[in-house]
Design a protein around this ligand. Structure first.
Ligand code: HEM
Length: 433
């Protein structure tokens, strides 16, 4: 008997999309009624995370935000902005006033997805997926991470001048996730393209490009849904030694609804893929431009775990996420009204000069435990241990196989409003003797 109880794919994906259209129109009408003039107390800003040039290089804008007040408001985007480390952590702690249930992107959406729940629903769903991601569970995946890091770093050494993003930073996490989820190796390429198109929904906006990306994302999610239905119905993904196998078992016990099972699978794919690519690509960019820091890491390999934390702070692969207020929320002298769209600028907080000394400098020995690259509070990243394992495996191989990293062309940066990392970075690795 199939463990998976099929629900119409169109209905399953259609319901959240139809709900999202309604919510976004209602929110736009509310904002128009209030007027775009700005808000007493908040500092009006033209910082625009949707501007591609700002998304690629946001750091001047962040410095301007620190120089302004604690709360900013962009009238054109009808968006409130928090940029300071402690203000963002406080907002993430207050899930009564600041909810994830209306979406964590610029476009409002509700769906039975872990990241879009609060309170008891969130606790229940998180408990179900957590066992697959504990530090202990990681030891099962460590040999694969080490093997893959060795293989892919060797390929970069053997191909001087190659694009390290497409050679290593992209294939590494997708192959890891496919392995962990129990996806057959021959499906990895399709997975990668659905994942890339799927995160396009983050750029959704009422512009030709925003709509194109939104519809491309919805198409990818529908394709993924068909794929999982077929795999699960055929029993291909069952078995307790993979994350999906464990989830399918929960599904059979009736603890997880079919919708929740599919959305879990989708979330793991989307959340763990481009983020890790951005971290690894960012690591190559940083170390190529800071040879003294790479030399320090090679001389002191015990610095590797801390150097990966510093890279997470410095790169912040998810530069920002949104929340929606469901009560008036006060920050200092400013009240953000209930029903507002709030941008949490993780990338700015990770360079907050009140928290990090010389925040724009990468220091391999800084070991910044308090960065919020993985978020903070109830929704803190469930894949943090996996990401650390992957980043450390690559850096260990790099330090042992290469004595120098040379950028042989300039780095091209992504322009996604939230996910930031190199999209093209040609490098030469000098083989270590
Ligand atoms: C560099 C890599 C990564 C970064 C920077 C990152 C960042 C984040 C952030 C900032 C959040 C908080 C979301 C929020 O507050 O709304 C989050 C949540 C999450 N991440 Fe990651 N992530 C990474 C890798 C991964 C990986 C490898 C996986 C799994 C395969 C993963 C799975 C998740 C899940 C399932 C959540 C939702 C947790 C919840 O809502 O309780 N992430 N991640």
């Amino acid at each position: 008997m199939s463990r998976f109880h099929p629900v119409s794919g169109a209905r399953q994906i259609g319901a959240p999309v139809a709900g999202a259209i309604g919510m976004n129109i209602a929110a736009a009408v509310r904002v128009r009624r209030r007027g775009y003039g700005g808000w007493t107390g908040a500092v009006n800003t033209d910082y625009d995370p949707l501007d591609p040039a700002t998304a690629a290089q946001p750091f001047d804008a962040y410095r301007a935000l620190y120089a302004g007040g604690r709360v900013h408001y962009n009238p054109r985007r009808a968006t409130w902005i928090l940029s300071r480390h402690e203000d963002i952590r406080a907002a993430l702690r207050n899930t009564d006033a600041i909810t994830s249930t209306q979406g964590v992107t610029r476009v409002k959406i509700s769906a039975p997805i872990l990241v879009l729940t609060d309170g008891a629903d969130h606790t229940r769903m998180r408990k179900q997926v957590q066992p697959g991601f504990t530090r202990g569970a990681m030891s099962d995946w460590q040999p694969m991470a080490d093997r893959l890091a060795k293989e892919l770093v060797s390929e970069v050494v053997a191909n001087p001048g190659c694009d390290v993003v497409s050679r290593l930073a992209m294939p590494f996490p997708i192959r890891m996730i496919a392995h962990i989820m129990g996806i057959p190796a021959e499906d990895v390429d399709r997975f990668r393209s659905w994942s890339e198109d799927g995160v396009g929904v983050m750029n959704a906006a009422l512009t030709p490009s925003g709509l194109r990306q939104a519809f491309g994302g919805i198409r990818a999610i529908a394709a993924l849904r068909r794929y999982f239905r077929a795999q699960l119905a055929a029993g291909v993904l069952t078995g307790t030694d993979t994350v999906l196998g464990r989830l399918v078992d929960h599904n059979e016990d009736g603890e997880l609804s079919d919708d929740e099972l599919f959305f879990f699978a989708m979330l793991l794919l989307f959340a763990g893929n481009e983020t890790t690519t951005n971290l690894i690509g960012g690591m190559f960019d940083t170390l190529a431009h800071h040879p003294d820091q790479f030399a320090m890491i090679r001389d002191h390999p015990e610095l590797i775990p801390g150097a990966v934390e510093e890279q997470l702070r410095y790169s912040t692969p998810i530069q920002n996420l949104y929340r929606y207020t469901r009560a008036d929320y006060r920050v200092g002298e400013v009240t953000i009204p209930s029903g507002s769209r709030l941008l949490l600028a993780f990338g700015a907080a990770n360079r907050d000069p009140d928290v990090f000394d010389e925040p724009d400098t990468y220091r391999a020995d800084r070991n910044p435990h308090n960065h919020i690259a993985f978020g903070y509070g109830a929704h803190m990243c469930i894949g943090a241990a996996l990401t650390r394992m992957e980043g450390q495996a690559v850096l260990r191989e790099l330090a042992s196989q290469a004595s120098a990293i040379t950028a042989v062309g300039s780095t091209t940066w992504s322009t996604n409003t939230s996910l930031r990392g190199p999209t093209h970075l040609p490098v030469r690795l000098t083989p270590a003797r």
